[in-house]
Design a protein around this ligand. Structure first.
Ligand SMILES: Cc1cc2nc3c(=O)[nH]c(=O)nc-3n(C[C@H](O)[C@H](O)[C@H](O)COP(=O)(O)OP(=O)(O)OC[C@H]3O[C@@H](n4cnc5c(N)ncnc54)[C@H](O)[C@@H]3O)c2cc1C
Length: 384
C-alpha cells in the first residue's frame, strides 16, 4: 500500500496528518506520523504560568482519523531510496512531508550558558516554572526583546523585577515601528526595565554580567533570541533561507516526492514576503502539504497555498495584549480588548480531538476563520 510519512508532531505535522487523511477519503493509503513526542505542544502558550496545560495528546487527534504514530526521531532522509531512518529503523515512503519545526539557537560560547532558561519547549518552560516556583519577588533577566522575549518578560513581571536586554537600540525591533509605542507603554506600566544596545556576556549563580561590564542580580536568565529550522532541512535542499528553511513551490513541494510545512518551509506569502515561523502559518501549511502529499499519490488535484491575512497578537501580561494587522503591524486592539482576542486565538489553535468528522472538517477549512481575522487588501496580497 502506498505510504505517506510525516516527520514532526507539532502544528504542521499534526495538520499534515489530518490533511493527508482528508485527501485519502476511502482510498487505500497508509499515513504515518513520526515524532518522539506523545503530545502536541501548543508552543505559543508556553509563556503561561502552567505550561503543562498547553498540550494535547496526539493519540486523540491521530487515532480517530486512522493515522499511525511512530514514536521516534528521524536522523536520516534518503531521498534517493525514499527511506527515512527513525531511531535506527528504516521506514519507506512514497511521499514525505517534512514538518520537523524549529528550535531556539542557544549561545555556545557564553560562560554559564548551561544556566540559561527558555520557553521554547515544554521541558524548557517546565524547568523555568519549577526553578521559580516557591520564590517570592524574583528577579529575572530576559535576553531578547522580540516577540517571545516580550511575552516572557511581561509574564514574569507578575513574579517580581524584570530586566529586558537586547542588542538592538529599540524594543520589538523585529516587529517594526507599528506597535512600538504601545509595547513601550505596556513595559512602563508593568515596570519592566530595559537595557538596549546590550547583551548578556556571562551567567552565574544568582547573577548575570552585561556587555557593558555591569553585574546584575538574576534568579533566572531567560534566553529568547534566534530560531532556526530543523537540521533535517539540509538533507532535502542545499539552498536554505536565512532561517534554515527549505524553498517550496505554491503547492509546498520541495522535491518531486517531498513536501515541507511549518517552520521548516520557506513558502511565499506574497510577492514581498515569505511566511513567518509562526503557528498562524504552520497550521494552514500543514493542512495543504499533507493534503497534497496524499492527493499526489492518488492522482487527485493538488491545492495551492494561498495565505490568509497576516496578523499578530502579542500577550503583554498584566497590560493586556496587542492585536495588529498587516505587515506594517497596525495596532487594531490593545489592553483588555487585545487580551480577549489573544484568549480566543489561544483557544482556536487547540485542535479538535476524538471526533474524526470534526478533525477532517477542520483540515478542509484551511484558515482560521475568526471575526477579527479580516480578509482584505491590506493583509492579503496575491502571490506573484
Ligand atoms: C514562546 C513562543 C510563543 C509563540 N507565539 C506565537 C504566536 O503568538 N503566534 C504564532 O503564530 N506563533 C507563535 N510561536 C511560533 C509557533 O509556536 C511555531 O511557529 C510553531 O510551533 C511551528 O510549528 P511546527 O509544527 O512547524 O514546528 P514545532 O512546533 O517546532 O514542532 C516540530 C515537531 O517536530 C518534531 N521533531 C523535531 N525533530 C524531529 C526529528 N528529527 N524526527 C521526528 N520528529 C522531530 C518535534 O518533536 C515536534 O513535534 C511561538 C513560539 C514560541 C516558542
Amino acid at each position: 500500500m502506498a505510504h505517506v510519512v510525516i516527520i514532526g508532531g507539532g502544528f504542521a505535522g499534526v495538520w499534515s496528518a489530518a490533511g493527508a487523511a482528508l485527501a485519502r477519503g476511502d482510498a487505500d493509503l497508509r499515513v504515518t506520523l513520526v515524532a518522539p513526542n506523545e503530545h502536541l505542544v501548543l508552543r505559543p502558550r508556553l509563556y503561561e504560568p502552567e505550561p503543562d496545560r498547553a498540550t494535547v495528546e496526539l493519540r486523540r487527534i491521530l487515532g480517530p482519523i486512522g493515522v499511525e504514530h511512530l514514536r521516534a526521531s528521524v536522523s536520516t532522509i534518503d531521498t534517493g531510496r525514499r527511506v527515512v531512518v527513525a531511531d535506527g529503523r528504516e521506514v519507506g515512503y512514497d511521499r514525505l512531508v517534512l514538518a520537523a519545526g524549529s528550535a531556539l539557537v542557544r549561545p555556545r560560547d557564553l560562560p554559564g550558558a548551561e544556566r540559561l532558561f527558555d520557553i521554547d519547549t515544554l521541558d524548557g518552560a517546565r524547568r523555568l516554572t519549577d526553578h521559580l516556583r516557591d520564590r517570592e519577588d524574583c528577579t529575572t533577566v530576559v535576553v531578547g526583546a522580540g516577540f517571545v522575549g516580550l511575552e516572557a518578560a511581561t509574564a514574569l513581571a507578575a513574579r517580581g523585577r524584570v530586566l529586558l536586554v537586547d542588542r538592538a537600540d529599540t524594543v520589538a525591533e523585529p516587529l517594526g515601528p507599528g506597535p512600538r509605542a504601545e509595547i513601550e507603554a505596556a513595559l512602563d506600566e508593568l515596570g519592566v526595565a530595559r537595557r538596549l544596545g546590550t547583551t548578556v556576556t556571562e551567567v552565574g549563580d544568582g547573577y548575570a554580567v552585561l556587555s557593558d561590564g555591569t553585574r546584575v542580580e538574576a534568579d533566572a536568565v531567560v534566553w529568547s533570541v534566534g530560531m532556526r529550522a530543523s537540521e533535517l532541512t539540509r538533507q532535502i535542499s542545499a539552498e536554505l533561507d536565512h532561517l534554515g528553511r527549505v524553498p517550496v513551490d505554491r503547492r509546498l513541494r520541495a522535491l518531486p516526492e517531498v513536501f515541507a510545512a511549518g517552520d521548516t518551509a520557506a513558502a511565499a506569502f506574497d510577492a514581498d514576503h515569505t511566511v513567518m515561523q509562526a503557528c498562524q502559518h504552520a497550521v494552514p501549511l500543514g493542512k495543504v502539504a499533507g493534503y497534497n502529499a496524499a492527493a499526489d499519490l492518488l492522482g487527485r488535484p493538488l491545492r495551492d497555498f494561498t495565505p490568509g491575512p497576516y496578523v499578530t497578537c502579542l500577550d503583554l501580561g498584566g497590560a493586556g495584549a496587542i492585536f495588529t494587522r498587516g505587515w506594517g503591524r497596525r495596532v487594531m486592539a490593545s489592553g483588555a480588548d487585545g487580551a480577549a482576542i489573544k484568549q480566543r486565538i489561544n483557544q482556536a489553535i487547540h485542535p479538535p480531538v476524538d471526533d474524526a468528522a470534526e478533525i477532517l472538517a477542520a483540515a478542509d477549512h484551511v484558515y482560521l476563520d475568526l471575526p477579527f481575522f479580516p480578509r482584505d487588501e491590506e493583509t492579503t496580497a496575491p502571490v506573484a
